[in-house]
Ligand binder design. Sequence first.
Ligand code: CDP
Length: 226
Amino acid sequence: MRKIVIAIDGWSSCGKSTMARQLAKKLNYVFIDSGAMYRAITLYFLRNQVNINNEVDIEKALANIHLEFKLNLSNANNEIWLNGVNVDELIRDIKVAEKVSETAALAKVRDFAVAQQRLIGQHKGIVMDGRDIGSVVFPAAELKIFMTADPEIRVQRRLKELQAKDPDITMEEVRDNLASRDHIDSTRAISPLRKPEDAIVLDNTSLTPDQQLELALTWAQERIQQ
Ligand code: CDP
């Protein structure tokens, strides 16, 4: 059966990774959360106090960053490792979320991440989610989905996720973070978040994860069989 590339883009916290992960499992494809790469780079920049206004500092830092996705056999998830250490949980911290969009807007950071994303997807059979996957990383992707959901629903969903690890987190912090990231991501000069013209819009405000997965699977199977 022919393998395709599935690109899933959309606003912050509208369930892209959840759907992409489930879709990849169903199709036996590789799942790549491209946002995890930007988050891991941001974690490194924070830990090493990289000055994001200094091109030389950015270049030096990127030369010291090695990212890998490794399958965690205990939960069957493809998790991100930064310089030999699993950081998949740490990168979800609000401190990283507060800086990631500024970091992801930098040309050198995007070049670094996009080159690796294209390499991972070169043999197809991949589901990748992010902001620019259908528009920039894989413009020829056979299936492009653009996900959206009501902003308040997105805040509630992310709050629940973050509160499970940090009970002190407030709704205001989460709301501000999503709004600020959506603003930076959609207005930045390089690869801003846009719905690709040929993408299918999926608004999951009132869909369960199973319902959205069913829709996406139907679209994927139609394209695989073409
Ligand atoms: O999970 P959530 O929707 O909150 O975000 P994410 O996918 O983990 O992405 C975190 C941040 O990385 C985004 O807000 C963007 O600033 C950046 N990003 C990007 O610029 N391009 C991508 N392909 C993926 C993420």
